[in-house]
Design a protein around this ligand. Structure first.
Ligand code: SAM
Ligand code: SF4
Length: 480
């Protein structure tokens, strides 16, 4: 594994962790000042967005409050264009691995909350983790998102041990997990330094709601009650040298306009103070969870149409940040959101510890929330290829070559994607097709690879064909 120095050294002296950088009044003024924008104002912002330079918070507020329905289609068209220009038709796949549903907090929207006495609590041991990973490898997965409740059992030492176990499991086809992203409670800078020693990919932590009064009303117990400690989690992670971080808001708790603008403020803050914005943004939306009354009827429920606008507007506002869609959304909606800007999705997922081993049974007694998409990985891949013309990518090249942090912007990043991401997507997809795919997926996938090769420059095509031929002759883990 290649390691590298953090490109920007930040220290606690660079930020004031006792003062929120989210100014509630200021965000509401931006929202109010952009109320009822004219069609001309909206179109001006769309023209600017097409330059792929991102949008200011004020411009984003205009798009968020567009009332002209016909302009929604124009917004979606720009989002599709940006997605295509920057990312092409690749889609990165991963699987969540729930290691522990033990949790000492009481978040009123989550089934793992400490007051849910119906839930069967489980923290996977070494052997159980190995079994889960083996199942994911047999599906073809190379990336895992490891998820943990906040509990003394899930301290940093236990988390690091569990990640080491995950990396150690290899299958007889040369299958292995090559990148493990982590979604766990925020920690001290020193603990983040320890977490980094496990060679994690992205550290992910969602603020849930950036609106402090709402935050305090839904986090009833435990360490998570502390809004500021969570708000500065990414500063501490970066201070510890983890420069791929993933942020998000749990939509449904508060006004979505406020959440999105505050999330952009978070992006700005990280760019200013730490020198790098977040690597990814996630869009969890509250799903019904057993043992959580609020999740049945969230106070600010957003419908699919609004959710699509949120994803499209984010694509315009931060064109170079990866957008993640989880298992939580239905297959049909995920397909639309892919076109509008989502660049990573989870596939074939379970949200209970041990859920892959026992996937025959519905795990309502241990699951965090119910899922919208129950299809198997191979079905999802077949659908991506045949219906969305998308190339499923299992690439982990950048992280393993030490190309982490978001230091590629603009044209440089677009050229970079053509040079590395697109070829690596094809090579890792070929590996999947040879080792794990069903017959029909293999036929459809190989046809897609051929059509992608035909569209490349002759030099690049030659280069990629060499790697594909090596893959066919049994070599594995080839990446540029
Ligand atoms: N315990 C850690 C924490 O809270 O940050 C990490 C694990 S927690 C299970 C991961 C995420 O699940 C939370 O950040 C929250 O956004 C999401 N989540 C919780 N309850 C949910 C629900 N009912 N529907 C959708 N997402 C939910
Ligand atoms: Fe625990 Fe995280 Fe669920 Fe809150 S969201 S109850 S901290 S697992």
């Amino acid at each position: 594994m290649t390691t590298h120095e953090h490109p920007h050294t930040i220290s606690i002296a660079d930020y004031n962790a006792n003062k929120s950088f989210i100014d509630e009044q200021a965000i509401w003024s931006v929202i109010n000042n952009a109320a009822n924008p004219s069609a001309e104002q909206v179109r001006q912002v769309l023209v600017k967005a097409k330059q792929c330079q991102g949008l200011s918070i004020e411009e984003t507020a205009i798009l968020l409050q567009n009332q002209h329905q016909q302009l929604d289609e124009e917004l979606f068209a720009v989002a599709r264009e940006i997605k295509n220009t920057i990312y092409g038709n690749r889609i990165v796949l991963f699987a969540p691995l729930y290691v522990s549903n033990h949790c000492a907090n009481s978040c009123s929207y989550c089934g793992f909350n400490a007051d849910n006495h119906q839930l069967k609590r489980k923290t996977l041991n070494h052997e159980e983790i190995e079994k889960e990973v083996a199942i994911l490898e047999a599906m073809g997965h190379k990336r895992i998102l490891a998820v943990y409740g906040e509990h003394p059992r899930n301290n940093v030492t236990a988390i690091v041990d569990s990640i080491r176990t995950m990396y150690s499991v290899k299958d007889n086809k040369g299958g292995e997990i090559r990148r493990i992203n982590v979604n766990c409670a925020p920690m001290s800078t020193d603990d983040f330094k320890t977490l980094k020693t496990a060679a994690i990919g992205t550290y992910q932590c969602f603020q849930e709601t950036y609106h402090q009064p709402t935050y305090e009303s839904v986090h009833l117990k435990g360490k998570k009650k502390d809004y500021l400690y969570r708000l500065y989690a990414m500063h501490r992670a970066m201070e510890a040298g983890i420069d791929d971080v993933g942020i998000g808001a749990l939509f449904g708790l508060y006004d979505h306009r406020f959440e999105l603008l505050a999330m952009l403020k978070h992006v700005e803050e990280l760019e200013t103070v730490c020198g790098i914005g977040p690597h990814t943004i996630s869009f969890p939306r509250i799903e019904p969870a057993h043992g959580s009354a609020i999740s049945e009827k969230p106070p600010y429920e957003i419908d699919d149409a609004c959710f699509k606008r949120i994803v499209a507007i984010t694509r315009l506002a931060v064109p170079y940040t990866g957008l993640i869609m989880s298992t939580r959304e239905s297959a049909a909606l995920r397909k639309e959101l892919l076109e509008l800007g989502v660049s990573q999705i989870s596939a074939g997922s379970r949200t209970s510890p041990g859920g892959y081993q026992d996937s025959e049974h519905e795990h309502y007694d241990a699951e965090q929330f119910s899922l919208g998409d129950h299809r198997a990985m191979d079905d999802i891949i077949y659908e991506l290829v045949t219906e969305s013309n998308a190339i499923p990518s299992f690439c982990t090249g950048c992280y393993r070559k030490g190309r982490t942090g978001d230091h590629f912007i603009g044209l440089a990043k677009q050229q970079f994607i053509g040079k590395f991401c697109q070829p690596n997507a094809l090579i890792t997809f070929k590996e999947y097709l040879n080792d794990y795919a069903s017959e029909k997926t293999s036929v459809a996938g190989n046809a897609l690879i051929e059509s992608e090769l035909a569209a490349m420059s002759p030099a690049r095509e030659r280069n990629v064909r060499i790697c594909l031929a090596k893959t066919d002759s049994g070599e594995r883990d080839i990446y540029l």
